[in-house]
Design a binder for this molecule. Structure first.
Ligand code: IPE
Ligand code: IPE
Ligand code: MG
Length: 245
């Protein structure tokens, strides 16, 4: 079972640094190889009919890395947006970037704007890239925005605020159906916390640069084999309850 708007896969692309270090390469070589993995996965996502793909490229906490690494990551992000926008447009991919924009440099912002405008009409796949993204920050911002629009002097009730918050947070990318994390760690690292409330979680030891088309296909097979219950009872149980009632 998937969301009404089509299958939404989100990926925490982790393990670039370790992949490189194990090969005696600098960490940036891992990020470069990671960009190639993004291209592969986007291609396969199109083939598999995935409707939305959200990729965690740079977290708000990643600013704490050495400046040279941060600089190289942003150089690669810019290059990716510049070189891929046209191909994405041709393939009917709509690209959007989520996360804070106020700390990004002008050249990065320009490349994001260009890529988003060039691909705005795409309808085959909604590709969302999270840059300077923190889910807790996104929730706090949505809460501030929602309370401001309520324009009432009384404190809103949770029932009042919840649907508005949900709408604000999922407007851009919707609920997550399948959340994959590569690199062996089993944590969310502040990614899509609200949106993944009922996501199926899949953790793999594969490092992101080695994640390929087959890995995505296998992940989807695993997803389809799971029963999502959303707090209900298993479908088989429900059937037997109905037939014995
Ligand atoms: C993920 O790979 C990419 C970013 C966070 C930008 P890492 O750079 O975190 O790789 P590891 O986890 O150190 O191997
Ligand atoms: C999460 O990976 C962020 C991205 C993949 C962009 P990290 O490597 O930053 O996460 P932690 O530090 O292991 O939790
Ligand atoms: Mg990491």
């Amino acid at each position: 079972m998937q969301s009404r708007e089509g299958l939404h896969v989100a990926i925490i692309m982790d393990g670039n640094g370790r992949w490189a270090m194990r090969r005696g390469l600098p960490r940036i070589a891992g990020h470069r190889a990671g960009a190639a993995a993004v291209r592969r996965v986007v291609e396969r996502a199109l083939d598999l009919g995935i409707a939305r793909l959200t990729l965690y490229a740079f977290s708000s906490d990643n600013w704490s890395r050495p400046p040279a690494e941060v600089q190289s990551i942003f150089w690669l992000l810019r290059a990716f947006l510049r070189l891929e926008a046209e191909k994405l447009r041709e393939r009917g991919v709509r690209l959007r970037v989520i996360g804070r924009r106020d700390r990004l440099s002008n050249p990065v912002l320009k490349e994001i704007d260009r890529a988003e405008s060039a691909t705005a009409a795409g309808s085959n796949l909604h590709l969302c890239i999270a840059i300077d993204y923190s889910s807790r920050d996104a929730i706090a911002r949505a809460a501030a925005q929602v309370t401001a629009t309520l324009a009432s002097s009384k404190v809103p009730s949770p029932d009042e605020i919840r649907p508005l918050l949900a709408q604000s947070l999922t407007m851009e990318h919707g609920e997550v159906d399948l959340l994959i994390r590569t690199g062996g760690e089993k944590r969310l690292s502040d990614f899509l916390l609200w949106e993944s409330a009922y996501a199926e979680l899949l953790f793999t030891d594969r490092m992101w640069p080695e994640f390929d088309e087959t890995d995505l296909t296998v992940a989807l097979e695993e997803f389809r084999s799971r029963e999502r219950r959303f707090g209900g009872v298993p479908a088989a149980t429900l059937q037997s309850v109905i037939s014995t009632a």
